[in-house]
Design a protein around this ligand. Structure first.
Ligand code: UDP
Length: 535
């Protein structure tokens, strides 16, 4: 089509120049038509120009067929055709009976714009779908960093690598991990300003990135045409993948990993998330009952809403004594140090500062902080403050920041206790389950999804969010009562193996994907409620 369009474009340009520049006069402007037809055409000159330039732009767009840089391609077509039009009008001034006509230039400009839109639509709807034994899924996630939502997606996509691709809007270690898992990836990188827009961003910051967002929507729509289903894994991904799936005429699954409330999102972002989900999502998967309820309370009204928690690989392989010794040496941890592990990105709402406060009252404890500031300047400032606090005399030498690590298992094996200290409701809390699966006692804050994972005094201990005293008491309790610690750990491990095995979770997600394929009948609510598993 591209070659044909190029030939046709060359013909159109030559024919257009001939028609425009040949020295014709007044009524005999179009010599092969009867005069009164020509007069009539003069009356509709504006629309004649509009149509001619629209056809020219359609053909020019198809001749270029841009796969990326759509904004540049549109600017190129628009400016080249308009400049050509103005030039021809200028030359026409020198031809007897012709004059510069600004209305023609305007008609050409609007016609070209319309032609670009039509050219894009033709390009979009002639893209062919991939074939495969399973539904072809385009997963979309905005970040290149590895957070909880990305780790979950990595496991889902890796299991159906032959029938999936992951589209990211930022490059990074997530893409590398997907490459390692042999999952096809595409990166449509967003610019610096767009990446910096976080869940709390207001209208002004969002307004600045609108042209870039539109371009990503169009690019995503083109890619989505190759797939059966689009699967948005994060809120920002939804805002782009939602309209893209609509344009591509593909069904959309939205995996909700966030509590949609004002403590996590600005009003504007909440509005965009709920609006996109309601308008475009065919099915929504919430990662906990808490995220589901928050979604509904915020106005989410998707017909097919199910709860599927995160899944985890169940393994019996744990670190050897040598591995643990090496790690101790690497961290300069004393041989018998009683160690508390907190894993997760460094950000104020995850509550690392609460653990530091509690540690002042538990002098026998060492703490390991696994994770880094991933997303915002505020997080990076918070990470600096944490390090400053950890250098205080009451804590110095007992707090170990190790940054982000992919190999987290040895850290969990080394720890005596796992702490989760989020100060606001946690959507799910993967680290809690990871601690349980490592057969370690877990202390977590009683809020959001975390509150659904543990049973107090049976599979873990709950403390109130933002209460360092209560956390210190819980730590002292586990330090003093090793039998309790052991009991909580073994019961928790069994419960987690039962509720969070990856295979079961994958098949529930596959069920939702299947129900969104074009051949599937609209899923009944009762069907999808099979996917609901509440631990
Ligand atoms: N994690 C990791 N490396 C680190 C710190 C954390 O791989 O250095 C993992 C951690 O094991 C967990 C995930 O990041 O699987 C964090 O998920 P969680 O649900 O706790 O928090 P989220 O990032 O989703 O808010």
């Amino acid at each position: 089509m591209k070659r044909l369009a190029r030939i046709f474009l060359a013909f159109l340009i030559l024919a257009g120049l001939w028609l425009a520049l040949k020295p014709t006069l007044g009524n005999r402007r179009i010599p092969f038509l009867p005069i009164h037809w020509s007069q009539y055409l003069d009356l509709v000159d504006f629309w004649f120009n509009f149509g001619a330039f629209m056809i020219l732009a359609v053909v020019a767009w198809l001749a270029i067929s841009p796969g990326s840089h759509l904004r540049h391609a549109a600017a190129l077509v628009l400016s080249a055709i308009t400049a050509g039009n103005v030039l021809v009008e200028q030359v026409q001034r020198g031809i007897p009976g012709r004059a510069m006509d600004l209305a023609d230039v305007l008609a050409g400009f609007i016609g070209t714009l319309m032609g670009i839109v039509i050219g894009f639509a033709i390009q979009l709807y002639t893209i062919h779908k991939r074939e495969g034994s399973k539904p072809q899924v385009l997963f979309v996630d905005q970040t290149g960093r590895l957070g909880g939502a990305e780790l979950m997606l990595l496991d889902i996509a890796a299991a159906r690598a032959a029938d999936s691709a992951v589209l990211l809007f930022q490059d990074g270690e997530f893409r590398e991990a997907l490459d390692e898992a042999k999952v096809e990836t595409r990166v449509f990188a967003l610019g610096e300003h767009a990446v910096a827009v976080d869940k709390q961003a207001g209208l002004r910051r969002i307004f600045h990135i609108v042209p870039e967002l539109i371009e990503r929507v169009l690019q995503t729509a083109m890619l989505a045409r190759e797939f059966d289903v689009v699967y948005a894994n994060t809120a920002k991904a939804l805002v782009i993948a939602g309209p893209a799936s609509f344009l591509a005429r593909r069904r959309l699954v939205f995996h909700l990993h966030d509590i949609v409330s004002d403590s996590h999102f600005s009003t504007m972002n909440r509005f965009a998330l709920i609006g996109s989900a309601n308008a475009f999502a065919h099915a929504v998967i919430a990662n906990s009952e808490a995220t589901k309820q928050a979604f509904l309370s915020a106005g989410g009204s998707v017909e097919h809403l199910s709860v599927v928690p995160n899944g985890f690989k169940l393994t019996d392989t744990r670190s050897t004594e040598n591995d643990l010794q090496d790690l101790r040496k690497h961290l300069s941890l004393p041989e018998h140090a009683w160690t508390v592990l907190m894993a997760g990105r460094l950000t104020p709402w995850k509550g690392q500062h609460v653990l530091l406060k509690a540690l002042r009252e538990v002098p026998e404890a060492h703490a390991i902080f696994l994770g880094d500031a991933l997303f915002t300047d505020e997080d990076r400032q918070y990470a600096r403050e944490l390090r400053e606090t950890a250098a205080e005399p009451s804590l110095a030498g007992r707090v170990h920041f190790v940054g982000f690590r992919k190999d987290t298992a040895t850290f969990f094996d080394l720890a005596n206790v796992i702490v989760h200290a989020s100060v606001i409701a946690e959507p799910f809390g993967r680290v809690i389950v990871e601690g349980m699966l490592a057969a370690k006692p877990v202390i977590a804050t009683r809020a959001g999804g975390a509150a659904e994972i543990l049973t107090h005094d049976q599979t873990g201990l709950f403390v109130s969010p933002n209460d360092a005293k209560e956390l210190a008491n819980a730590l002292r309790r586990l330090h003093a009562d090793r039998t309790l610690a052991h009991h909580l750990a073994t019961t928790a491990c069994e419960a987690a193996r039962e509720a969070y095995g990856l295979d079961a979770v994958r098949s529930k997600i596959e069920h939702v994907i299947q129900s969104c394929t074009p051949t599937a009948s609209t899923p009944s609510l009762s069907n999808l409620q099979h996917a609901e598993i509440l631990p």
